[in-house]
Write a protein that binds this ligand. Structure first.
Ligand SMILES: Cc1cc2nc3c(=O)[nH]c(=O)nc-3n(C[C@H](O)[C@H](O)[C@H](O)COP(=O)(O)O)c2cc1C
Length: 220
């Protein structure tokens, strides 16, 4: 696969089949992930794959509670605005994300594989995310869908650390939980606000100098 195809089509692919992701595919995903940079090359990260159904069954209710909290606390205003004006493009997108995210919460126990990412002594928390995104791109290249989630870290970090047996005296922070599985749907180019609406040049607010009205991939 061309790198551009992976870059443009790696979406939050939450709806997946229960079929297992083979270990040789898991190895490719993680081996690509650990090529990513960390500050000072400290590699102060750990990647914990979880496919044990009993462990996943213990985390599922915590994930569902976290998503409930997300809708009720963090997204309450945006969801109310979307409900009040459901025809607006922004509302349609918001409600689509909500349905998709709720699907993962409702089917948490059916997803074949999760990757929990941990960082240590990393005040920015940024050192793990290049690797996590590389894992998601590597999965895409193997036809495996993934979705980065952080709600467990917001609402139930301690419970998850205990379930996963993470040593509590080493300052490991759970950065994310990524779901993996073979998609039920199709891959498509991620719709986003165009480059020229979110980019500047030299000074905040100055036009970047070009416009990109359509995604530049696929060519033509
Ligand atoms: C930092 C970060 C945190 C996220 N947390 C969650 C999450 O907790 N649950 C979830 O279902 N999706 C989560 N997502 C996925 C986003 O909702 C998703 O990437 C976004 O809606 C765009 O969807 P698309 O890639 O399919 O276009 C997260 C994404 C990022 C980058």
């Amino acid at each position: 696969m061309e790198i551009e195809e992976a870059l443009y089509t790696t979406r939050a692919m939450r709806r997946v089949k229960p079929d297992p992701v083979p270990q040789e595919v898991q190895a490719k995903i993680l081996d690509a992930a650990i090529r990513a940079p960390t500050g000072g090359n400290t590699q102060n990260w750990r990647f914990l794959l979880v496919d044990d159904r009993e462990v996943i069954a213990r985390i599922g209710p915590l994930y569902r509670h976290s998503i409930e909290q997300l809708w009720e606390v963090i997204y309450a205003d945006r969801l109310a605005a979307a409900a009040a004006n459901p025809e607006a493009e922004e509302s349609i997108q918001m409600l689509k994300v909500q349905r998709s995210a709720q699907w993962l919460a409702d089917h948490f126990e059916q997803v074949p594989l999760y990757l929990f990412g941990f960082v240590q002594a990393d005040p920015t928390g940024g050192s793990i995310f290049p690797a996590v995104w590389s894992a998601q791109l590597a999965a895409r290249a193997e036809g495996v869908g993934s979705s980065l989630t952080v709600v467990l870290s917001f609402f139930h970090p301690d419970e998850v650390l205990d379930i996963l047996g993470v040593p509590r005296d080493e300052q490991w922070v759970m950065a994310c939980c990524v779901s993996f599985g073979y998609p039920t749907g199709r891959w498509g180019v991620a719709p986003r606000r165009p480059v020229h609406e979110v980019s500047y040049r030299n000074r905040w607010g100055n036009p970047v100098g070009f416009t990109v009205d359509q995604p530049l991939w696929p060519p033509g």
